[in-house]
Design a protein around this ligand. Structure first.
Ligand code: CTP
Length: 418
């Protein structure tokens, strides 16, 4: 894992400090804590005094398996106000209240958490949660801008139900989302926004082509790799549009999401989004064929026992269309190739032919023999580009694979701007 030395005798779990400030969403940090501990992280919980009004120290201690320290006066001989931050590989503050963000941005250090934030030299993630008015207040926005400028990662709050009857922007993103972003940043070893200023479009999921009111032709794509691409690009500062076909995954926070069903809808949204984009990554699996006609009533079994014949029409190849006729000259286009070898060639033969046929700048080759990849958390791939040696991406979480793809995309963009 980058940024964390874990080799040989030094092998150890990544050290995460979970800071919790005083908002009602503190209870959701319990699930975040579970996710960290269950995936082998060593977590020290540092709640503020106000956070302990919402969730008590015994809960944090039981879930983290460690004594909970909240003030600088406990175990003073161990100098916790300095040591906890110095030793951390990652600090995540969830929820981060307006008050906590203000203290962090101005460098106040009046409790253990704010002391920890000043002594930490590792990546820091803030997951804000507050009422919309507080989030939108120029003071909070200035504090967030300052923290981001200094290299911290401030996750955009989600939109939805807030405390009481209010709804709006300010909700704590789902713990699964905060966890995914945090793991990605921990793996990268930094929270750099190196894709700042770029606009990227990602497609994900598998399209469905209706046959009748209850049936469709579809495929096994889960959308996980596309969502990981969207989330990591957003974490690295890009403005991200995600076009999702038939996925059930939660919307990544800070990403504009369009939901589509068919290949034609995916094509229309993708073309629109690409007009002013810097990069398109086609991670979706669009159906190549659709039933020639959709019947308005359910197709019934026939009395003579024969099966109905379904005539298929060919869908457009979105990737090839956009690669050969770019909606803007600067658009970098990335395709995926899900291949199995067969008697006519190996997965590489098929992928190289596909790269040439589609005309994209980069092709991410996945070996899907035996149904590998679909719905799994990990992936491995090979990056193929015209006239460049193939670059293998070793097996790892889909977020790690996504980061290698973005590294390569940003390199291509930088080269084209020279
Ligand atoms: N793709 C597309 N439009 C289609 C089919 C595929 O844009 N109608 C894109 C996918 O999003 C992917 C790439 O093309 O980025 C390759 O998809 P894949 O299913 O591997 O290739 P196909 O072109 O469908 O070829 P085949 O199924 O014959 O291997």
């Amino acid at each position: 894992m980058a940024g964390v030395e874990r080799s040989g005798a030094d092998s150890r779990k990544p050290r995460v400090v979970l800071g919790v400030s005083g908002g009602i969403a503190a209870y959701k940090a319990c699930e975040l804590l579970r996710r960290f501990t269950e995936s082998d992280h060593d977590v020290t919980v540092v709640p503020t005094r106000a956070a302990l009004e919402f969730v008590g120290a015994p809960t944090w201690a039981a879930l983290s398996g460690k004594e909970v320290a909240a003030d600088v006066w406990a175990q003073v001989h161990e100098v916790p106000h300095v040591r906890i931050g110095q030793q951390a590989d990652l600090v995540v503050v969830a929820p981060a209240t307006a008050d906590l963000l203000a203290k962090a941005s101005s460098g106040l250090a009046d409790d253990l958490l704010t002391n920890t934030l000043l002594t930490a030299r590792c990546p820091v993630v803030f997951a804000p949660a507050m009422h919309t008015e507080m989030w939108e207040h120029p003071a909070t926005q200035a504090n967030v801008a300052m923290l981001r400028e200094r290299g911290a990662h401030v996750i955009e709050p989600a939109v939805g139900r807030l405390t009481g009857v209010d709804t709006g922007k300010g909700r704590l993103p789902e713990p699964a989302e905060i966890f995914a972003i945090s793991c990605d940043i921990l793996a990268r070893g930094n929270a750099r926004r190196d894709l700042d200023g770029l606009k990227v479009v990602v497609t994900a999921g598998g399209t469905r082509e209706p046959l009748d009111p209850v049936r469709f032709l579809g495929n096994k794509s889960s959308g996980l790799q596309g969502y990981a691409l969207a989330r990591t690009a957003c974490a690295r500062g890009a403005e991200v549009t995600l076009i999702a076909a038939n996925t059930t995954l939660p919307d990544p926070t800070g990403v504009e999401v369009f939901k589509v069903e068919t290949t034609a809808q995916l094509q229309e949204q993708t073309l629109m989004a690409c007009k002013d984009a810097d990069a398109l990554v086609m991670a979706a699996a669009p159906a190549d064929f659709r039933p020639q006609g959709v019947t308005s009533s359910k197709i019934k079994k026939r009395e003579d026992g024969t099966a109905p014949q379904i005539e298929l029409a060919i869908n457009d190849d979105i990737l090839a269309g956009i690669s050969h006729n770019r909606p803007n000259p600067g658009l970098v286009v990335v395709g995926f190739a899900a291949e199995t070898g067969d008697e006519s060639g190996s997965i590489y033969d098929h992928a190289l032919a596909k790269l040439a046929r589609k005309g994209c700048d980069l092709l991410v080759l996945n070996n899907v023999s035996g149904g590998q990849v679909f719905g799994e958390d990990d992936n491995e791939a090979v990056l193929l580009a015209p006239d460049v040696e193939a670059e293998p991406i070793s097996r790892g979480p889909k977020a790690a694979v996504a980061n290698v793809i973005w590294d390569r995309v940003s390199k291509i963009i930088a080269q084209s701007q020279r």
